[in-house]
Design a protein around this ligand. Structure first.
Ligand SMILES: [Zn+2]
Length: 89
């Protein structure tokens, strides 16, 4: 997908209107919940439970704090953390 950019003004309640073509490309629908991430570079919107932020898989997706991860990556992180704890003893 090509990267798109546009300018939008915040309204009096700090809201912006998302461009209809962006919503169409990303398959955002009216009433859909989006995750709003605050990053150093700005605000990033994401559909919840779409794909793993580490490997990109869309199978068995879970929300862990503010991250969307697949069960395989969660297992790898847990295994890695346990190994780190054992090696630090
Ligand atoms: Zn993953």
């Amino acid at each position: 997908m090509t990267s798109l950019s546009c300018y939008r003004k915040l309204d009096a309640q700090n809201r912006i209107e998302l461009p209809a073509e962006y919503c169409q490309v990303l398959q955002y629908e009216q009433g859909q919940t989006l995750i709003v991430h605050l990053r150093k570079a700005g605000i990033y919107l994401e559909s919840p439970l779409v794909s793993c932020q580490i490997c990109g898989s869309s199978l068995d997706i879970q929300q862990v704090y503010d991250m969307t991860l697949c069960s395989d990556c969660i297992s790898r992180i847990v295994k890695f953390t346990k190994q780190k704890k054992k090696s630090s003893r």
